[in-house]
Design a protein around this ligand. Sequence first.
Ligand SMILES: Nc1ncnc2c1ncn2[C@@H]1O[C@H](COP(=O)(O)OP(=O)(O)OP(=O)(O)O)[C@@H](O)[C@H]1O
Length: 711
Amino acid sequence: MLGKLNANKKKTKKENQSTLNMFFKVKGKSTPAPASSALSSALPSRTGGTGGTPTQVLRTSSMLSSLQSQGSFEEESNDDLFSVLRDKKPVKNFKPSSQSFYSSSQFQSRSSVSLSQGSRTTSEYFSSSASTTGGGWQKPTLERSLSGVKRTYSDASDASQGSGSPGALSLSSVKRVKPIARQSIVVTNGGSKGAKSSFNSRVELTAEQKKVIEYVCKDRLNVFYTGSAGTGKSVILRSMISTLNSKYGKDAVAVTASTGLAAVNIGGITINKFSGVGIGQGDANRLINMVKRNKTSLSRWKRTKVLIVDEISMIDGMFLDKLDAIGRGLLNRSKPFGGIQLVFTGDFFQLPPVPDRDSSKASPIFCFESNVWKYAIHKTILLQQVFRQTDNELIDLLNDIRMGITTSDTIKLIKKFENPVEYHDGIEPTELYPTRREVDMSNKRRLETLPGYEILYKAVDFIPPNINANVLNNVMAEKEIKLKDDAQVMMLKNIDDTLVNGSLGRVLFFCTSAMFVEASKIFPDLSDPEVVRDMRCVCKAIGVPPSGRSSDLQREINLRPTNRQEVLKFLLEKASKIVNGPGILSTILFPVVKFVDKQDIRGYQIKLVEPEEFTVGESEKDSAVRKQLPLMLCWAISIHKSQGQTIDRLKVDLKRTFESGQVYVALSRAVSKDRLQITNFDPHKIKVNEKVKDFYQNLHKVKTPVTSTVP
Ligand SMILES: Nc1ncnc2c1ncn2[C@@H]1O[C@H](COP(=O)(O)OP(=O)(O)OP(=O)(O)O)[C@@H](O)[C@H]1O
């Protein structure tokens, strides 16, 4: 029952099996949609098969782990669910709406997505089977276990003090001290709306961590704090953000990061979104005018008192200079960023800024090479206590890799991790790959193992004649995306302040937008497992009159609990009336996704994801547009996207690593040696940027405070 993050090995883990093994296969090119009778003839049957949904678990700050911690994708025994249902009484006051379920004009406008249907017989498209297994829904409680090993720390590690002995800043040698006691964090995500959200963080910040917060919140200094992976940079940020919020108000604290996923990790937005200038193409004056024309961006800049930027290593220093110019242009010309207090954090030994695909553009520089860095940062702090791993051998190994040291011992140790790790609960490790292609292949494999029907969404691209068609290759949304119930997905657009590029979720079921509205009115929580089962039935009955239902679907409906029959009947009736016809079904079904949302009181939000426009180009006239679902599969993720995450079960394939810091980022996501598999390790692939090494070697020479002078 308990949705446990599996960090603590001693805790009992319950095997969770997916229930509805539906098959509703739809493949090939678009052809007329099946007539309702044909559709119904092939609806799912209920069998006793297994079909566990492979799940993966990340840990602690990882968004993926939070996702699983909600437990809402695991199934609970019916008895338990009934009591939950009884308690919640979700459909007691159920009033059928007289509103038309779906008007034809609604679907006319949705022609951008196609449910692919090959030139096969209808029964081939919709071959089906379903099964139920005795998996267990997990209560929405997450227990996380944390542990740490104390590393050398002295006040001298505050590099900017200038008083640190060189030894305190030694980058490769580490002295060991006693491991700190294991601690646990319990996060409770209320299963229903209005449930009390609590993040009972029992993480006790260390002296060095508290000091960072003091410099920022009390002394109001512009701070850069850094440290190797797992030293708690994000943990500090979360605590700091809450202090700053209560001091200045939420609106005055801009929480940003270099990537969508990193931003989600700290409940923020990307720095690009904050700035209002996207990737910052053009000179500073153009960008200032761009912000001035955009009321939202302008007011964001004007009300910001503190700007936090996480994972700063991935930001181009030239972009940082432009942001500084924008801040000065909009607010106050003499002070860095117009006087906004700055908090930068990250580890430059991790991933560097991504170069522009256009090789004619200048290569990015590190932020510490930017002009603004030199005069804006008052204080630099080097954290030295690693928490993510407890095993000294692993910590030492990671430290060597960080520094680019590969001794025969290092190589021997890494070789030990080649063998696959066996997990006996069916939960698969998260896979990390350097390239997008490898990630796609792995996700495809995972999707294939899921039971149920597959829907193919094809993008509609608009490319003006004067634009190279390849520009759309840069768009995150793929030309085609296949989805199934329970597919793990990532949001690719900033939809609102909390559902942003990088938000992670899982497909609950598919439905039309009108059905979604209707169902949302009836059910307080669309991720309730019983609701999910109902809606999966309803989805299969779209355009199918009761008389045309297959015996399998009818059996599935009959097996639904008696207290759900009334509402189910209502929904099925509505579904049967949805206009069906050639090519229509393929354009109206969209995934309903449960997204992790740390800012929502429940810890998640549920969204019907419909196609969005992705535009590439400088002006409207010269832009190519792709209309596609803003989603991608994410069982496997790229090393790039993994930066900032803690991954409990990790499998890293290093075959195609190419970037400096890439091997370090990938391996340092691991928590322990016994849940780490490394394949295709090659010592020559460990690359460290010399500029980064120099920067860290010289940290102790930084003087504080540095006088501000406008460059
Ligand atoms: N003071 C602390 N006590 C116990 N655990 C801690 C403490 N600080 C951090 N941790 C734990 O250490 C792990 C790593 O923390 P965090 O993700 O903040 O590190 P990071 O420095 O941001 O890592 P990365 O550079 O990889 O992004 C998390 O599991 C976190 O909960």
